[in-house]
Each structure stands twice: as C-alpha cells, then as structure tokens.
Design a protein around this ligand. Structure first.
Ligand SMILES: C[S@@+](CC[C@H](N)C(=O)[O-])C[C@H]1O[C@@H](n2cnc3c(N)ncnc32)[C@H](O)[C@@H]1O
Length: 431
C-alpha cells in the first residue's frame, strides 16, 4: 500500500449534498489517468484528494466550485490567536498577489462569516502586489483551517465559486441569475463582448415566466420565447419578445438564430440530444442549457449527457459545464463556437467510453473514495467491478491507497481520514 500522507493534496468545494458526486467525478478522473488517489469528504461542501502525481484542474470538473492545493492543515487553532499560526503556514507560499479567506458554503459554517471577515482584514497585509498566484485560507471550523494556494488562473473566477449577483427586481423569476452566472462563469470577457451583442437573436425553450428571456432582452437581443405558460407582461412590452405557445421539442426556427437557451425540465439525455440537433443543423450558433439531474447517480447522468454532446467538440465547439452556484439539482452547460476556453475539458476518451474502459479493465491503481456516512471508501475499481457484476472481495488488479493519518485515526481499521465514518458507522466529525 502506498502511504499517501506526504502526497500533494487538493481540497475542493461543492454544493452541499453533492460531495458523493464530486467524489465519483474525481475517482473517475484518476481512474482514467491510471493514477492512485485517495478521495474523501469529512464535512459538507468539502472534498479532498491525495494523489502521487497529477491533479485535475477546475475546468476538468463539473461538480467542483473552487479548489486549492493544500499546504497545511491546522487543527486545534487557539481561538485567542488564529492569525499567528495561519500567517506562519502562509509564509512558504509568499509572495502571493491575492489572498482569499472563506468558509465552505453550508449551514454549519454560516456562523463563521464574521471571523472570515476579520481574518481577511488581518491576513491581507501578507499580500504582495508584485507576487504571483493566490493564497487561500479555508476555515472549516472555528479551530480548523486549510491553508494553501492556487497558481495564477487556477482558482475559481469568484471566491469559493460564488458570484455575488444582484437579483434584478424587475426580472420575472430568480432563474434569471442562473443564466447571468452562466454568462459570467462559462464565458470569458471577449466571448461575452463578441457573442452577446445588441441586435442579436435568440430562442428560449421553456421560457415562462421569463427569467432567462429577461437576461437576453437586457442585452437588447430579440427573443422567441417558447412555452405554454405565460410570459411576464413587462417583457412583452419591450417589443423584443415573440411568445409562441409551442412544444420546445418540436419547434424549429424559421431562420437561424445566434443563441439557443433552454431551461425545460426533461431528462438530461433528451435535452442534450435536442441541443446537438440545433447546433449540428446550424439553427443556432451558441447555446446555454440546464440539465436537471436525478436524485441519485448524478455523475452517471452527466456522463451520459456528456457522451451525447461529444460530437459538438469534433465540430469545433467548446463545451463547458458546471454546477453553478445558482443551480440546484442541475448543471448548466454552455456550447460556444471556437475553443478559446474549454470548461470542462472533455477529452476524446471521456464520457461513457471512459467509464466503459475503466469498468472492463480496472486501472493499474485504484482511486479510493470515502463519503461521509457511507463507511469505508468505494474505489473506482469497486465501482467498475460492480458494473461488471463482480462481487466485492474478489481480487482486482490495481492498488488501493489511503492517507496514513486516516488509518491511524481509525486504529488501523480502514476509515481513510479522521472524522470520516469508520466501518462500524461511528462518525467523529471534528468542528
Ligand atoms: C424551470 S421553468 C423555466 C423558467 C424560465 N427559464 C425562467 O427563467 O423564468 C421550465 C419551463 O419549461 C416549460 N416546458 C417544459 N416542457 C416544455 C416543452 N416540451 N415545451 C415548451 N416548454 C416546456 C414549462 O412550462 C416551464 O415553464
């Protein structure tokens, strides 16, 4: 067994409840690379991974909101002086040009908000304008912090992957923020300037009551809104919206448009197929759409949709997907002409073929995933074995790794990290 204690560690943030999905995604990523990795989560919204070499970037993942390379984990911080040990842990990362202090986005960590503000102000003096990269301090609890950094351009565009967007009071639904965030996060400034210009045209499938149409109209784009439901009267008064009570799956535009946006509640694969039809047929130049995820096996659902979208990449489109901050049980995908910015990178081998390969022949080294409340970790090879009908306990090729600290904490049993549930089911979460 490889001792992964000293291995580089990555910490990632996700939406609460999606830790298993991010762990599945990470396990699949490492399995495809044939790399050993330990993947675990010991508190809501945070997933961690240790691997000998190679780490995914944010563009490789849809369920991660932000990530950092962990330089130090500080437990049992003195509540009277947290600044000194955190400053000491940040010192090896200097000089850095930016510093983010945050707490994971969860109910349990909400009370830490004032402390985050105070630490940001105190630690801010360590920033050097001529430095490089971004230092990060994630306060997991009042006495527990992760300290690390992100190379230039590697961190999320917004701290913690949370853009502070103001809800426009005149917008007809809060959904409007999803499209606004997609434009901010899944497109760069040049693409926004080139593709979201006034005078353009768009079709909005599943448009009622008009939150997404509102975003397009605000940019002076003409919209054909398809939905049996009603559209907000103020939008209709803009003179930029034509409302058609038609079926979004049957509607065909009389002439090509610049944008297709789609927020219909349907199976992800069916929506993905519709998007591919529009883009392949040249009915639109670019698209943003939402994929509603099932309650279980959400990574599998994304993988299936991703396989459907694969031909678009061969056509030169850049396909980017992310569970945005304003998304709930869903993902948002942007398909942009050209490949200036690929989010996430959908490698040729990715998608269902990737998981097929992993399931038929387990990777040389297995990625291990431990989720809160699920006992000892399920490895990528375990998942592969399950799919191929092999029983657990049967020999597999490949190594399993787990951080040595974890083994210590569980008294030599297999729970990979302190604070995760042991095989007996005892959770010892540290706050
Ligand atoms: C989540 S809501 C859309 C909200 C909208 N994007 C907004 O920002 O206000 C989903 C909409 O899809 C519509 N819808 C579902 N299936 C549809 C179909 N086959 N054709 C057209 N509209 C459909 C529903 O009527 C519903 O209004």
């Amino acid at each position: 067994m490889t001792d992964t204690t000293a291995l580089p560690e990555l910490a990632l943030l996700c939406r609460v409840g999606f830790e298993p999905d991010l762990m599945d995604e990470l396990s699949a990523w490492f399995a495809v690379q044939g790399m050993a990795a330990s993947v675990w989560s010991e508190q809501p919204a945070v997933v961690r991974v240790r691997a000998a070499n190679g780490q995914p970037g944010l563009p490789d993942l849809v369920f991660a909101r932000d990530l950092m390379r962990v330089a130090a984990e500080l437990r049992d911080l003195n509540v009277k002086d947290r600044v000194s040990p955190i400053s000491a842990a940040l010192r090896p990362l200097q000089p850095f040009s930016a510093l983010t202090v945050l707490t994971p986005d969860s109910e349990a960590t909400k009370p830490l908000a004032p402390l985050v503000g105070a630490l940001q102000a105190r630690l801010g003096e360590l920033i050097h304008p001529a430095g490089r990269g971004q230092a990060q301090v994630w306060l997991l609890a009042g006495t527990h912090a992760l300290v690390g950094g992100s190379p230039p351009g590697a961190a999320a565009a917004f701290a913690g992957g949370i853009p502070r967007l103001k809800f426009p009071r005149e917008a007809p639904s809060r959904s409007t923020l999803k499209l606004e965030e997609a434009f901010q996060v899944l497109m760069n400034a040049q693409e926004r300037a080139d593709l979201l210009d006034a005078g353009g045209s768009a079709v909005d499938l599943g448009a009622s009551p008009g939150g997404w149409t509102y975003q397009l109209v605000a940019r002076r784009i003409q919209v054909t809104a398809i939905d049996n439901g009603r559209m907000a009267p103020a939008l209709m008064d803009s003179g930029l919206v034509q409302h058609l009570r038609e079926d979004g799956f049957r509607y065909r535009p009389p002439r090509p448009v610049d944008w297709l946006v789609c927020d219909m509640v349907e199976k992800p694969g069916k929506v993905a197929e519709l998007m591919v039809r529009w883009l392949q047929s040249g009915w639109c130049k670019a698209a943003v759409f939402n994929l509603k995820l099932p309650m279980k096996k959400r990574f599998d659902a994304w993988n299936q949709a991703r396989a459907v979208l694969q031909p678009l990449q061969r056509m030169g489109f850049s396909v980017r997907a992310r569970q945005l901050y304003h998304d709930r049980e869903e993902l948002t995908v942007a398909v942009i002409p050209g490949a200036q910015m690929q989010l996430p990178r959908l490698r040729e081998a990715a998608g269902s073929r990737e998981s097929d390969r992993a399931s038929r022949s387990p990777p040389p080294a297995a990625a291990k995933a431990t989720r809160p409340g699920k006992g000892a970790g399920k490895t990528a090879a375990d998942a592969a074995r399950q799919k191929s009908g092999q029983r657990a306990g049967q020999p597999i090729s490949g190594r399993k790794t787990a951080p040595a600290g974890a083994r210590k904490a569980s008294g030599g049993k297999k729970s990979p990290v302190p604070g995760t549930r042991s095989p007996r089911g005892n959770r010892a979460r540290k706050r």
